[in-house]
Each structure stands twice: as C-alpha cells, then as structure tokens.
Design a protein around this ligand. Sequence first.
Ligand SMILES: [Zn+2]
Length: 153
Amino acid sequence: MAITDKIYLRDHRRIVSQLETRIPKRVFAGATLDVIFNGERFDQLDDATRDCLLGFSRDFMDCGCEGAPFCGHPEEAFIMYLLELRADGYTPEEIVDVMGAEYRLSAYPGDVLTFLDDAVRGLEAIESLAGVEGNSTMRERAQRHRADLVSGR
Ligand SMILES: [Zn+2]
C-alpha cells in the first residue's frame, strides 16, 4: 500500500459530524478527496478545520487538470512534501508532527519510515541502473537525492 493510503484526517470524527457526510478517514480516499476538492458544505465547518482543509486543497490539489483531484497529482505533491521534509532533516516522528500542525493530518511514524526507506532503495536502484547505462547525470542526481534523504538519520 502506498504511503498516501496511510495518511489520515486527525479530526475525522468532527469533520464527519459537521459536514453530516460520511467520508473515509483516509484523506486520499476518493470520497474524501472529492469533498475537500469541491469544498462541499464547508460553511458548516468551524473556522480552524475549514482553514486546514482549504490549505490542503490549495497546496496539493491546484494542478488544474480536468480530472483533478483524481489525476494522481495530489498524491505526487504530497509525496514530494514528505521527501522535502526529510531532506530538511526531519525525522519520521517530526514529519508526522509537521503534517499534524499544518494540515491536521496524521500517520504512523513507522509507515513514514518505511516509505522513506523505500524511497532510498528506489534511488539506489536508479543509481546503479544509471551507472550500468553510463548515464552519469542521472546517477549523480539520484546520489544527491539519496544523500539528502539519509542525512540527519
Ligand atoms: Zn492533476
């Protein structure tokens, strides 16, 4: 399962009760994305909750695709967000704290750690493949990204 399938709305119960709509706790579930993207019944939310959901929508769903928010870009943008936090030196626990403070999202630090390890292994695979193919530019890029991800660990 992708890391984006393991990101949850921290205030799920309150959101469901204020919106009077049953949506899954997973923020990247289709029905949840749909409600956030359309801002459906957002006038029923308290200000802080509404601001968080609008922030999420603005930061991860503004790709402008006709098929948004089901085009894959929100997931991609969120994965970039996680990788950038890691590159800034945040631990998995701190990354979970940051997403909680910024978007009231939650995740298990262990899931974030697994995701980061997989990302590092993916970059290692790109590095060795690029090495075999003699693509030194790609190899160096992968190396640099991997160095960013493992720093501070
Ligand atoms: Zn898109």
